[in-house]
Design a protein around this ligand. Structure first.
Ligand SMILES: [Fe+2]
Ligand SMILES: [Fe+2]
Length: 228
């Protein structure tokens, strides 16, 4: 529990500080745009790999979830555009942001070469924990984002509402599938892993070194016309 509080506090601190600083903020939005898009694609791969085990009611919820993540990616691309920047997809930090939520990261975590070989409830528990992290991050961003960025704030609020819904449906699903304890076990495992890296993370957050850059100058005109 103490670990959980510390991790939550650290997330709040990081996103809070980043949102208040224009140069950091745009990089956080770019990172989130890439993570949301890749998160949606990963969910679709899970949906296909586990199609035989996913009941119709859950498949419907997962399809909506995938559409939500695609919409979130557009919101964050617009947030980057609002800062008069665009995403530099080839930058190492951009590649890393996508990889952090990609299929590869899930396979590494579950120590499996094949998505289909991982238990559906384990996959869902992993997604739930990522969604909970998202809720914490978005709450901190909303608390600290400057008031004049009203469009970005409204976007963030709608993303947060979706992420909270994702947490609810995944929690309910794991309960229905009798795997709530599974999720709790996995949460502890992730927390321990994060906690082992705690020193490094704190050091990184407190250092005044150059932060990763995922953006370049100039607005992506394609984004401005996209409907939500
Ligand atoms: Fe999302
Ligand atoms: Fe989500």
């Amino acid at each position: 529990m103490v670990k959980r509080l510390l991790i939550a506090g650290l997330t709040g601190y990081f996103y809070g500080r980043a949102a208040a600083d224009a140069r950091q903020r745009v990089n956080v939005f770019a990172s989130l745009a890439l993570q949301e898009a890749e998160g949606g694609r990963t969910l679709e791969r899970i949906r296909q790999a586990k199609a035989a085990e996913i009941p119709a009611w859950l498949d419907e919820l997962m399809q909506r979830h995938i559409r939500d993540e695609e919409r979130h990616a557009v919101i964050f691309r617009r947030a980057v555009a609002a800062e008069k920047m665009s995403i530099d997809a080839e930058s190492p930090a951009a590649v890393q942001a996508s990889a952090s939520v990609g299929e590869g990261s899930i396979k590494r975590f579950h120590k499996s070469e094949d998505l289909a070989a991982i238990a559906l409830t384990d996959l869902l528990a992993g997604i739930l924990i990522a969604e909970e992290g998202g809720v914490r991050a978005f709450r901190s961003l909303i608390r600290t984002i400057p008031v004049q960025l009203s469009k970005t704030r409204a976007g963030l609020e709608s993303v947060l509402a979706d992420e909270e819904r994702h947490v609810r449906y995944l929690t309910d699903t794991l309960r229905t599938l009798g795997a709530s304890r599974n999720a709790e076990r996995m949460r502890r495992r992730i927390e321990n892993q994060v906690f082992d890296d705690f020193g490094k993370i704190v050091e990184h957050l407190l250092s005044r070194k150059e932060r990763p850059v995922l953006v370049k100058a100039g607005v992506d005109t394609e984004v401005a016309g996209e409907a939500l």
